[in-house]
Write a protein that binds this ligand. Structure first.
Ligand SMILES: [Zn+2]
Length: 390
């Protein structure tokens, strides 16, 4: 199975190229918002749901009337409509699931920062990128591309413009089996606890970055004049700090995930999408802060490429139950040690949880065995614990 990998490079833009990109972004954003508006009106006035096909069929007509829209590569426009379709698909999927999602939003300038050549219209020659209807620009190719480029995304970030290539790599990157399994508890106090007792601490630079972020935030707050250049600059500095933290975090997640899949064949983590987990607001903040979802995503995709298995299990009571005898030892979040009154097992709370997670994963693995050894994600269909529905 060929995997798809993303390669991201910085662009060495020139003013003309940048201007054309800004123009494309603005046009795409306008189309996106118009598409949202049309869907909304169609539904409210005529009670019909529009879809991608009916909207993209209108593109030629719009282009005939609007030379600025016609100046954008047609597949780029189609991709915008596909994005709006996706937003509605997600919205209705969540409504169906009984959640209360927000209606797809109109996007302001700051919230629309990329456009996609989904198939053609772009060409990479050496380090020169040619984009249809935009122009050419040099790319800082920081690593060689292995495989076939499928799509090309142009992205605006606080510190410049980037290109992201989705590349299909043909050779499999399976690594030799180790015969080992593990469970990982993602935590608040430390980033992760492994079932063998190891702990992965949150990187120290997080703290330093946080105080820098606060300083930049205060500078923005001091610049009262909304239209001043000094305020704009301060906002850019703040955005760059955010970007820096985001990249540091992603880097940390990639390295941690790589280390885990090198050492284990079967990796069990908690299924963070189980409803109810995020209900607790305090915990929800911690979850988004720690970026667990991003880590889980990175781990799963790396595992798939390497022929490893990631098993997702229900997180309920993993930190309460004793991993050795199974009896439930109630403890609040502040109690950091698991001390079993039944069998006497003592361990750090997160370590105990990691063992529980691994055991649940093994149970899943035993049930799923016979499926053959391949990259797959196991998810518990009906989460129950010791026979009790949760
Ligand atoms: Zn016990």
């Amino acid at each position: 199975m060929p995997g798809v990998k993303a390669y991201k490079f910085k662009l060495k833009t020139n003013p003309a190229f940048e201007q054309a990109c800004v123009f494309t972004l603005d046009t795409c954003r306008e189309l996106y918002n118009a598409s949202l508006q049309e869907r909304r009106d169609a539904y409210q006035i005529n009670h019909v749901s529009l879809n991608y096909n009916s909207q993209s069929a209108q593109l030629p007509g719009i282009k005939a009337l609007r030379p600025d829209v016609a100046a954008v590569y047609s597949q780029v426009l189609q991709d915008v409509l596909r994005r709006s379709q996706k937003a509605f698909d997600n919205f209705f999927r969540r409504v169906k699931a009984g959640q209360k999602p927000g209606y797809p939003r109109f996007k302001g300038k700051a919230f629309f920062d990329s456009f996609v050549y989904p198939q053609s219209g772009f060409r990479l020659e050496g380090d020169k990128l040619h984009l249809s209807k935009i122009g050419s620009c040099r790319v800082r190719l920081s690593r060689p591309i292995e495989g076939t480029i499928k799509t090309c995304t142009i992205k605006r970030e606080a510190d410049g413009w980037y290109v992201v290539f989705a590349v299909e790599c043909n050779q499999s990157r399976f690594i030799p089996k180790t015969g080992k399994a593990t469970g990982i508890d993602l935590g608040i106090e430390c980033f992760a606890a492994v079932s063998n007792g190891e702990r992965v601490e949150n990187p120290k630079h997080y703290r330093a970055a946080e105080s820098e972020l606060k300083r930049a935030q205060r500078t923005v707050a001091r610049r009262k004049n909304k239209r001043s250049n000094r305020r704009r600059k301060a906002i850019n500095i703040l955005a760059r700090k955010h970007l820096h933290i985001k990249r540091q975090r992603a880097d940390f997640h990639h390295k941690t995930a790589l280390d885990v899949i090198r050492r284990y064949d079967h990796i069990t983590i908690e299924d963070l999408n189980v409803c109810g987990m995020v209900r607790n607001h305090h915990l929800a903040k911690s979850i988004s802060d720690a970026g667990w979802n991003q880590f889980a995503r990175i781990l799963t995709s790396k595992a798939a490429n390497a022929g490893r298995e990631v098993i997702l299990v229900n997180p309920a009571y993993t930190s309460q139950d004793c991993s050795q005898c199974g009896s439930r030892v109630r403890k609040s979040l502040t109690v950091r040690e698991h001390r079993c009154i039944n069998c006497g097992f003592v361990a750090h709370r997160d370590h105990n949880a990691a063992i529980n997670i691994q055991k649940r994963g093994q149970k899943r693995g035993a049930r799923a065995s016979g499926m053959g050894y391949e990259a797959r994600v196991n998810r518990e269909e009906s989460p129950t614990i010791a026979g009790h529905p949760v």
